[in-house]
Design a binder for this molecule. Structure first.
Ligand SMILES: NC(=O)c1ccc[n+]([C@@H]2O[C@H](COP(=O)([O-])OP(=O)(O)OC[C@H]3O[C@@H](n4cnc5c(N)ncnc54)[C@H](OP(=O)(O)O)[C@@H]3O)[C@@H](O)[C@H]2O)c1
Length: 307
């Protein structure tokens, strides 16, 4: 499993940020310590998560650990590319600087703004070792194939795909991307398996997501329609000593994907440990997917295009 740090880029002020979370340096250090003591060491971030803030806060929280003890995953975001000769090299250099390291374990093209233009620029840092592995995010099958072909000509390949994939949002499965990844030995990392908290059962119409945050605007209106699903996940979780969130994560694992879960509290690491041990039966998976379909909601992010 991978650990997501988008929320770590929030300002910390209520109502001022994407998540509206109140996170502190010492609190996040506890998240890191608990994650590492349970064997979770792959950290996912991006320049655009708080415009550098997530990368910087993550590096701070990882201080004292040897670089070989954790893996960093960050992204080139085409929409904020500069106008220098090599915008990928420039953005990568800034990420390395903020994270106090000289290499990124897993570097992503954040979205497929122009695959033919941006993918070739990954080849020099792959050759120099500043990037160890490459993945593409929010790409459809054709875009994945094009990126793979471009990298293939230089002896590299797309090694991972990172797309939105949850009980409520299964477009990558319907579009054949999960099958493609399985057949071509490409790791599929599923993001937003908890739909930013909406699928955990913790947030309800009576106790909604933090007012003023972007995720509240996206999800608070649909929380009542998720109730049957989150209640059922809660009961399945209870039978296994876990929670609805653990079941949502276990579902993503059962589908053959590697979930990237946004961890904001040390206690959530216990959930990942439990999720790892929950084996969902085929009938349970089918029941949860039917309840998710019945909720009839569209949780596609504003940054995503159709798969
Ligand atoms: N490539 C892309 O375009 C893209 C897009 C989106 C996300 N991502 C990556 O994927 C990661 C995950 O996505 P996300 O953080 O947006 O959403 P997520 O993982 O679906 O949800 C994270 C939220 O769920 C709650 N949570 C986490 N663990 C929980 C648990 N065990 N029990 C109850 N609640 C729990 C927390 O909310 P509270 O703090 O309110 O408790 C947390 O902020 C991101 O951090 C980022 O690294 C990538």
């Amino acid at each position: 499993m991978a650990l997501g740090t988008w929320a770590w880029g929030d300002s910390g002020e209520v109502g001022d940020g994407y998540f509206g979370s109140q996170l502190t340096g010492p609190g996040l250090r506890k998240v890191v310590e608990k994650a590492h003591s349970n064997g979770f060491t792959l950290w996912d971030t991006a320049v655009v998560y708080g415009m550098g803030r997530s990368e910087a806060v993550l590096a701070q929280a990882l201080k004292g650990y040897d670089r070989s003890e954790y893996q960093l995953s960050t992204k080139f975001t085409p929409q904020i590319a500069g106008d220098g000769d090599d915008p990928v090299a420039d953005m990568l250099e800034q990420s390395l600087d903020r994270m106090g390291t000289d290499y990124v374990d897993l570097y992503w093209i954040h979205n497929p703004a122009d695959v033919a233009r941006w993918t070739p620029l990954l080849i020099p840092p792959l050759k120099s070792g500043k990037i160890k592995h490459v993945g593409v995010s929010n790409h459809n099958l054709e875009e994945i194939a094009l990126a793979d072909q471009i990298l293939g000509e230089a002896g590299f390949r797309v090694e991972a795909v990172q797309n939105h994939y949850s009980l409520l949002y299964r477009s990558s499965e319907r579009a054949g991307i999960l099958d493609h990844c399985r057949e071509h030995d490409v790791r599929f990392l599923s993001y937003m398996v908890l739909e930013q908290g909406a699928l955990t059962g913790r947030y309800t119409a009576a106790g909604p997501l933090p007012e003023g945050s972007v995720r509240a605007a996206a999800y608070n209106g649909i929380l009542p329609r998720l109730r049957a699903l989150t209640d059922r996940m809660g009961r399945i979780g209870q039978d296994r000593g876990g929670s609805a969130a653990d079941v949502a994560t276990a579902w993503a694992i059962a589908k053959g994907t590697t979930p990237i879960v946004g961890v904001t509290k040390a206690g959530y690491i216990d959930g990942l440990v439990r999720a790892r041990g929950i084996d969902l039966a085929d009938e349970e998976i089918a029941e949860l997917e039917a309840l998710a379909d019945a909720a009839d909601v569209d949780t596609r992010g504003s940054w995503e295009h159709e798969m």
